[in-house]
Design a protein around this ligand. Structure first.
Ligand code: HEC
Length: 126
């Protein structure tokens, strides 16, 4: 009987802690997820854009306005400003979020990867 009474609060505490950690995302795991992006994207200031635009200074920037000469018309005309919310939507489904864009990436399937990657990008693009 005693055991049962203890189990529920412990379970709820674990849920609460787990939830908080997930909402923030883990930048170290996000660094690993970024390996999927690094073939096309540089992230440090001053590095020339490659296949894709350099992502330095991404947050708060309007889509298609970085130092990159090959943005698609779709990207430039999108009126998207990069925030945690717009990035999450983009990373889940690039084609669905900005139809006609030229980024050859299908999207991330795991919600955890999206969160962790955004936590990493928030630090690494500053
Ligand atoms: C195969 C190369 C490639 C991969 C892999 C790739 N991207 Fe891209 N990315 C591009 C290209 C090309 C564009 C420009 C698309 C356009 O203009 O339509 C782009 C655009 C973007 C933009 C918009 C940037 C801006 O300046 O508005 C973001 C943000 C972005 N990518 C993030 C990512 C992230 C994060 C990943 C990894 C999950 C990733 N990309 C994977 C090629 C790639």
């Amino acid at each position: 009987m005693k055991k049962k009474i203890l189990t529920l609060p412990v379970f709820l505490l674990a849920l609460a802690l787990g939830g908080a950690a997930q909402a923030d995302g883990d930048p170290a795991s996000g660094f690993k997820v970024f390996k999927k992006c690094g073939a096309c994207h540089k992230i440090k200031p001053g590095q020339p854009s490659q296949v894709g635009p350099n992502l330095h200074g991404l947050f708060g920037r309007e889509a298609g306005t970085g130092d990159f000469g090959r943005y698609s018309e779709a990207m430039k005309a999108s009126d998207v400003v990069w925030t945690e919310e717009t990035l999450a939507a983009w990373l889940r489904d690039p084609r669905g979020f900005i139809p006609g864009n030229k980024m050859a990436f299908p999207g991330l399937k795991k919600e955890e990867d999206v969160r962790d990657l955004i936590a990493f990008l928030k630090r690494a693009t500053r």
